[in-house]
Design a protein around this ligand. Sequence first.
Ligand code: UDX
Ligand code: UDX
Length: 481
Amino acid sequence: MVKICCIGAGYVGGPTMAVIALKCPEIEVAVVDIATPRINAWNSDHLPIYEPGLDDVVKKCRGKNLFFSTDVEKHVAEANIVFVSVNTPTKTQGLGAGKAADLTYWESAARMIADVSKSDKIVVEKSTVPVKTAEAIERILTHNRKGINFTILSNPEFLAEGTAIKDLFNPDRVLIGGRETPEGQKAIHALRDVYAHWVPLDRILCTNLWSAELSKLAANAFLAQRISSVNAMSALCEATGADVSQVSHSIGTDSRIGPKFLNASVGFGGSCFQKDILNLVYICECNGLPEVANYWKQVIKVNDYQKSRFVNRIVSSMFNTVSGKKIAVLGFAFKKDTGDTRETPAIDVCKGLLGDKAKLSIYDPQVSEEQILKDLAMKKFDWDHPAHLQPTSPTTSKKEVSVVWDAYEAIKDSHGICILTEWDEFKNLDYQKVFDNMQKPAFIFDGRNVVDVKKLRQIGFIVYSIGKPLDAWLKDMPAVA
Ligand code: UDX
Ligand code: UDX
């Protein structure tokens, strides 16, 4: 019987292993983590992450061939295949600060694997890591191996949050990178056999190690670049009177471009895009390619520009000050159908508004008050550590920020509304009721293009929607970019 162990029971490790367990009933899968509360949650009725369909999968396998445990060493020792899906934060100090990945957790995982192993193992890199990490890990393993053979593979995960289960059930491709040696090829085949339980063989791509590692960074960089491209267009649309949704639709019908990932927004967020691009930038710089590095840096700059442009629009429309004004923030997660707030654009937008002394009332159906207050106090890059090792920061004052559990409560008596996550429920609010309960003039700033602009203007709102022809009110306000 093949035994699999995954170190890191997070957004990647948890759902991926649950699906492997479901699709491969004869394989025993253990997901381990140093964070006891996280493992307890995986073993409870309230899983630590919100992901449509995940509850069902976990319920079907947990206790049968899927186990969640803090006994990291025991399960690693017993496994034939060890996935590593631990945090890879951006360095905040020392060489490469602000760009390079900090591989501390990865390195300690590798040393622990070498320490506790009594049989040969395939070690699978599942976290996104800088290119050539596998080589470093391989060295740590082989220098500490005590006669045991370790074969390293790179098997980057392409699932997107909110659709993780769907993506895992039916992936566009599974990528497995390994050494071009007989042992490397044997390991690739062993992992391919796991995925072949449900993924057609022609969708399992096998490459060398570096290609697999770089493909992951490249895929995320290309996706993020598409969003920055359409967001750059959204600024031009606002300046010229074009409608970004119409432009996106028109270019998306070109089969070479394709329709997906062309929604203008207040900016991309999530744990991967920015981090992976920074990583790519650092690798380019280290390889003497500053022009290539600058090209990719621009994708992040446009994303930051989009967020500050949004804040400037709000402040300038509301008579150049939001000081003391109640602003309702609808949505805090980095996208709908997830409770994840890592690098969510809501953090920068809220911080921008707080910088102008606004009073915020925030509602998100999946994000807790504790998380929101923590996020607003945390320093850039500090989120990517196991929960109990996260640097502590002072919490945000509850005077400036209140977190409520109902959209109408957030909106009551507010001067303006910002929509920062595209939750479906924000499309279907009773906007007449909303309008009646707000201060006048009543403003809506839609960072996700979810509202019906025409209808809201008829009700009496002053509406700003990213990349849409501007309200006469906004046209008269000072330029904001
Ligand atoms: C993580 C990384 O953040 C990402 O960079 C990488 O590409 C994939 O793995 P994700 O699963 O979304 O992505 O992160 P997270 O939910 O933070 O999970 C990581 C888990 O690893 C945490 O639960 C943490 O407690 C655990 N961990 C970390 C360990 O068990 N051991 C460690 O030494 C470090
Ligand atoms: C991404 C990649 O899609 C996935 O393949 C990889 O494994 C991890 O990183 P994720 O971060 O979960 O997944 O979400 P994704 O759907 O890619 O969205 C990222 C951000 O871009 C979100 O903030 C989203 O709102 C934004 N976005 C996405 C847009 O602003 N416009 C779009 O058209 C699409």
